[in-house]
Design a protein around this ligand. Sequence first.
Ligand code: IVH
Length: 655
Amino acid sequence: MSKERLLELRELLTRYNYEYHVLDKPTIPDSEYDHLFRELQDLEALYPELDDPSSPTKKVGFEVLDSFNKVVHDRPMLSLGNVFNYEELKQWASKIEEVFDHVEYCVEYKIDGLAMSLIYEDGIFKQAVTRGDGVVGEDVTSNVRTIKSIPLKIPYKQRYDIRGEVYMPKSAFEKANAQKRENGEEEFANPRNAAAGSIRQLDSRVAASRGLDGFWYHVPNDINASTHYDSLMYAKKLGFKINDNIRLYDNIEDVWKRIEETTLIRHELPYEIDGMVVKVNSYAQQQTLGFTSRIPKWAIAYKFPAEEAKTVVEDIFITVGRTGKCTPNAKFKPVKVAGTTISFATLHNEYNIRDKDIRIGDNIIVRKAGDIIPEVVRSVKEDRDGSQVPFIFPDRCPTCGGPLIRYEDEAAHFCINTECPNRLVFSIAHFASRDAMNIDGLGEKRVEVFFNEGILNTVEDIYYLVDKKDKILSIDKFGLKSFDNLCSAINNSKKNSLERLLFGLGIRQVGEKAAKILASHFKHMDDLMNASIEELSDIKDIGPITAKGIVDYFNNNKALIENLKIIGLNMDYIDNSLVGDSPFRNKTVVLTGTLVSFTRKEASNLLENLGANVASSVSKNTDYVIYGSEAGSKLTKANELGVKTLNEDEFRNML
Ligand code: IVH
């Protein structure tokens, strides 16, 4: 039985490793991973005959992605052993103190980011490499180069390898997620994933826009120092960002005090730390202690425990998304977990509530998954006094009163009333989102304001906002400039190719990919609308459920499509492949200033024929700003945001 468990754990941990290191999408909290890892280590000690060099306990990370060049590290980039309490820390120190009379410990924050090695040659920054599997990492130089605190030149001529952590400050994380929300994209689970996701971008501009930073904490075999602390001070002089909170102690009790103090203040720091690292300071002692195959014996990580708290469920309520999906949520008495106060958590669906047996009035244990997203761990059944009320999933939508249904293939309930106010707000925002009709300035918040003002109830209404100038300008914080920008974004969206419209309509099962397949297959909206389930199911990658969803949708929404035609929306597929290899294909371009050889209109038409989306305002989503004489604030903004700018000659050369 235990042997089977051992094999099962190897398989599980290998998968979790892959999700964490390669996909940047962990599916279990770190604390649970550590727990399973420990269980596997214990079983492996019991059954040495099952030794396997590819066990997750013998590995540091996982293989690298193919999209970046692979680089062999000068010296392996190792991980650290973990301890979780004072006794374990003391045990680790005792073994070391058996060898030496006097040991000095260097205590540092364990930065929660992405391990990185920076290579300098002849004083010049040459390469940044991720840890990868510890032996071979990924070359992410162009992305790391964009981190402002990393020196590109140092006053040191020999080859220099400094290691540390690239991380995303909490403020940058909030910003990145606000942007994701605005774009209707899935948010990052935590700053570590956000940092890793940003570093893995193939377009370094994305990484540059994410506000990443780095702390450097290890120079392997530094010939410029005889202690770890001095090597960091030397690195600081060379220009590297070294954390200010590094401390030296000559006994493990003081180290523990430092850990306890930090535990209390860690959430006040502007970046995430997930523990503390304790290192033997003397290089000579480090050398005597050496390494195992995976970790140094002269350093250890103390991991903070996952924080949980007890609170009471005050209510369970349903929210309705754009597809009509009804999600139950727990509202609980506000409670502080991992530094912030939380009072809501999703309960996902009816089955989850039933499995965990969560009732209104129950005491529950909550935590933050990945230290960010509130999660209900369990209900405390032993605390029940009989007053707790089981939640009965409603059969009517809480917003519009319409009936709820359950599709065969889904755990969730759905409101099928297309007039449901919640559905309307979210579906209008989806229609306007970047990957759909790309109407800049019409995010979820703004749609909700317009909806509440009574000027935006359907997607058709978007195209009549242009006539509501007075009303819109009377809304708080809405200036003339925002109004003009919004109007031109709305007008531009009329010219979008059919697939954007199809995706924006929010037809069940029709995501971006299916929308593209349908648009390129049928070419015209009318032909798609007239297609039968059989005809649709014959198309590669369109299954019968999607086909039925499409036919049902058009049966119910003929009037909407007719109205959109009358408004002037393009209903044809614009085949961008016809414009060949145009460098402007699918690019967002802004024109500013006066051009000599084209009028603004001519340049704009030309770009659109080449597959570009011509926008009126510059944002970090802009690909090019083409400028003529007397270009003003748009050019300045482009330079500030690092958007590529082209003068007229450069533009003509690209044509
Ligand atoms: S020292 C050979 N110091 O934590 C020793 N690591 O869980 C190299 N980490 O792989 C590591 N803060 O990515 C060290 N102050 C710190 C650290 C730190 C974060 C990371 C590092 C390491 C991981 C182990």
